[in-house]
Design a protein around this ligand. Structure first.
Ligand SMILES: [Zn+2]
Length: 110
């Protein structure tokens, strides 16, 4: 999510704002010193990742919390297509026994 409440200084930070805070402020906020501004569940800051993902806050929201990042979960990855379910026709595959008795030596090259 994009914003979280600090339980230390009471501020509402956006992820970008918090990323620009001095190191001392960041250290003080380690270990989930945030709460979700909507559902008040504990939240923590995730800094920008090496692969370029923007900084954000994460939390275990209560079900239905508006701040939960449902947008991401529901956005299909590019190039993904919905395909129809395969119909179950009820057909049964019957293995055709080829007559080699079990335990017989495997036929090798002659
Ligand atoms: Zn929430």
């Amino acid at each position: 999510m994009h914003e979280a409440h600090s339980t230390i200084d009471g501020r509402l930070y956006t992820a970008e704002e918090f990323e620009r805070q001095p190191q001392a402020v960041k250290l003080a906020h380690r270990r989930s010193r945030f709460t979700c501004p909507v559902c008040q569940q504990p939240a923590s800051f995730r800094s920008r990742s090496r692969d370029g993902r923007a900084a954000c806050f994460t939390a275990r929201h209560t079900p239905g919390c508006e701040a939960a990042s449902a947008v991401w979960a529901e956005t299909p990855a590019p190039g993904v297509q919905t395909v129809p379910e395969v119909d179950n026709t009820g057909a049964v595959i019957v293995l055709d026994w080829d007559g080699i008795p079990s335990g017989a030596p495997v036929p090798g090259p002659t």
